[in-house]
Design a binder for this molecule. Structure first.
Ligand code: GRF
Length: 213
């Protein structure tokens, strides 16, 4: 089967991008990052891409309407002919027209076990709620923020009294496993978008559960 072409949208640090690049290089994911797009000129993720030899472009949104910005973004995405567009710490809410254009090809990773803790600072929300299990979710993006069809989830037990930083770093480590695993699941045909739902083959590994510490 042909390798998938990925365009990754970023705004910040780029650790998930780094994990995707590493998985691609190591042969754990039959997919290649072909272009990285950032709305922030100072995103560290741009350097992560460039160090890996991947084309990285900045498309600032300042001074543009949302429609104008997303039209330019879509042009830059389409020029790279991606199979999947992956949000990896992209900190802008996308408009309906943009989301519909990439329906079934637009993925996000969210640092909570959705539908718990949607929105900003999901890890802080989890820490403050004293949850016993935390994790992350990959899902197709739909117009309902953080509520699109779930592809995979990863979970870990949280030790009693864990501080927010511990919760944050445990979730992030899981994200770095989950995103490449999700893309491999799609690349291998084990899971796919169908009519607004995720359809998976029997036996597909959709959950990663870490043993208790
Ligand atoms: C991750 O926690 C991701 O789940 C969230 O934003 C963060 C991005 O981190 N959407 P990084 O830029 O990939 O390091």
């Amino acid at each position: 089967m042909a390798r998938l072409r990925l365009v990754i949208l970023v705004s910040g640090r780029g650790s998930n991008l780094d994990a995707l690049l590493a998985a691609s290089r190591a042969g754990r994911m039959d997919a290649d990052v072909v272009r990285v797009l950032s709305n922030k000129a100072d995103a560290a993720a741009l350097d992560v891409a460039r160090v890996a030899g991947v084309e990285a472009l900045v498309l600032p949104s300042a001074g543009l309407s949302r429609d104008e910005h997303e039209r330019l973004l879509a042009e830059a995405i389409d020029a790279a002919r991606p199979d999947l567009v992956c949000l990896a710490g992209y900190m802008r809410i996308l408009g309906g027209a943009f989301i519909r254009r990439y329906q079934g090809r637009l993925l996000n990773i969210h640092p909570s076990l959705l539908p718990a803790f949607p929105g900003l600072d999901a890890q802080g929300q989890a820490a403050r709620a004293n949850v016993r299990i935390a994790g992350c979710t990959t899902h197709f993006v739909t117009e309902d923020v953080d509520a699109g069809p779930i592809v995979m989830q990863a979970a870990t037990a949280i030790p009693p009294g864990a501080d927010p930083e511990t919760v944050r770093s445990r979730i992030l480590a899981l994200e770095h496993e989950l995103y490449p695993a999700t893309i491999q699941l799609i690349a291998s045909g084990e899971a796919r978008w169908h009519d607004g739902r995720v359809v998976a083959k029997p036996g597909a590994r959709l959950a990663l559960v870490e043993a208790s510490p």
